[in-house]
Design a protein around this ligand. Structure first.
Ligand code: PLP
Length: 424
């Protein structure tokens, strides 16, 4: 076992970012009512990097997704195609609009499957939302072709994929709106927060109306537009971001491209270490067209080759001190969750189902995969991230040796031969 458990440390704490938080605190401006200060700085940097006209920071990724759906005009009775293999917040806010997520199976790498989606299109389908799971972009040529063919608006949940690109273009800018979480664990981390990006003025205006009433909406919306009369009150929600969180995150945005570069190198090493164990396959590596943000790397374990399968391997890594290796339980396929099995909305009742097909690929992923965070070695923090990488190498070496036919060394986890033993 390692001398102590090794956890991946994120977010990093760059002194400049802390200074900005302290300055914001000292200014006494703990609410920002309009597009100004660190909020404007973040939004302008974000929309510029994504080559779209508008950015709008929020208090969560969930709020950004809700605003995206409201922004494109989703309402009661509408259906939105949504991956079952995602975090539930990708589509749960649709219930607030009285709309219904219709769950779609995924491809073996966890990305959106347009063919499976095509089988679920009805005359109520208005939009499709996709998630770039674990940072790996979906095949956006196929996704946009699918959306166009069926006349659907596209929303991208990029909460795992800050800085990821498809054919050189940042994800989040391919459809009507992109939404990102800025929660603590995310690649750009405000603690809690979110951001929406769109090239469409109608989406931006409606999103402001939903949760950014008064000063912001009044300043930004067209006084002659049909919705302006609502700008003083908004529509009953408040989604403003906390300035201290945004102050902490704003400096991170300029470093994102470097981090994505760093992540490619660390991901290659981590994949190499884990795949030395027979029966372990890396599922979410970048391809020349799809550059992953590597929020995490996903591995599949073949129980035919690793006795005890995925659960044993995760327990072995954890017992050896690699506690970040885990089964992504929060991303249990949505069709297994009560909310989606028995859809309930605060604004309407449903006589239709979210679950309308089988989901063999998502179920296989849920049964056989584990994930591990990928470092990016930000300038000045390379040693910290290298130490983590070294811990990954040592633990995987030990497990590979233990599982090899020569069966060398011992683990904190007991013998795996019958697959029955747990952590000692
Ligand atoms: C894929 C995905 N979508 C949406 C969200 C929701 O973001 P937030 O927690 O900021 O509301 C998350 C957050 O964990 C996520 O991982």
């Amino acid at each position: 076992m390692l001398t102590s458990s090794t956890e991946y440390c994120w977010p990093k704490q760059r002194p400049e970012w802390r200074d900005l938080v302290n300055r914001q605190l000292s200014s006494g401006k703990l609410s920002i009512y309009d597009k100004s200060g660190v909020v404007a700085d973040f939004e302008d940097a974000w929309s510029k990097q994504h080559d779209v006209r508008y950015g709008l920071v929020m208090n969560s990724g969930t709020a950004a997704l809700h605003s995206a759906f409201y922004g494109i005009g989703i309402g009661p009775g509408d259906e939105v195609l949504c991956p079952t293999y995602t975090f539930f917040a990708t589509s749960a806010s649709l219930f607030q609009l009285g709309a219904l997520p219709v769950l779609v199976d995924c491809l073996p790498d966890g990305s959106f499957d347009p063919e499976a989606a095509a089988r679920l299109v009805t005359d109520r389908t208005k939009a499709v939302v996709i998630t770039h799971m674990w940072g790996l972009p979906c095949d956006m040529a196929a996704v946009t072709a699918f959306a166009e063919q069926h006349g659907l608006d596209l929303v991208e949940d990029c909460s795992h994929a800050h800085g990821a690109t498809f054919r050189g273009r940042r994800v989040g800018a391919f459809g009507a709106a992109g939404a990102w979480s800025l929660q603590t664990q995310k690649i750009i981390a405000a603690g809690e927060g979110g951001v929406l990006a769109t090239d469409r003025l109608d989406v931006y205006d409606r999103a402001q109306l939903l949760g950014h009433f008064n000063k912001r909406a009044m300043n930004e919306m067209d006084p002659d537009g049909p919705l302006y009369a609502y700008s003083v009150t908004g529509l009953g929600l408040k989604y403003r971001a906390h300035p201290l969180g945004i102050a902490f995150a704003v400096g991170q945005v300029a470093e994102l491209d470097d981090w994505i570069g760093g992540k490619q190198r660390y991901a290659a090493d981590i994949a190499e270490y884990f795949t030395r164990i027979d029966g372990v396959t890396a599922l979410t590596m970048s391809t020349p067209e799809r550059i992953s943000a590597h929020y995490a790397l996903l591995f599949e374990v073949d129980p035919g080759q690793v006795p005890g399968g995925r659960d044993w391997l995760v327990a072995a890594c954890n017992a050896e001190g690699l506690t970040d290796v885990d089964v992504p339980k929060a991303t249990s396929p949505l069709h297994t969750l009560h909310l989606f099995q028995h859809p309930m909305s605060p604004v309407t009742t449903y006589d239709r189902a979210c679950v309308r097909s089988d989901y063999p690929v998502a179920e296989r992923l849920a049964a056989r995969t584990f994930k591990i965070p990928v470092p990016c070695g930000p300038r000045g923090f390379e040693d910290e991230d290298d130490r983590y990488l070294d811990a990954v190498r040592k633990v995987t070496d030990r497990i590979a040796a233990y599982l090899a036919p020569s069966h060398t060394g011992a683990l904190t986890v007991n013998d795996t031969a019958d697959g029955q033993d747990g952590v000692a």
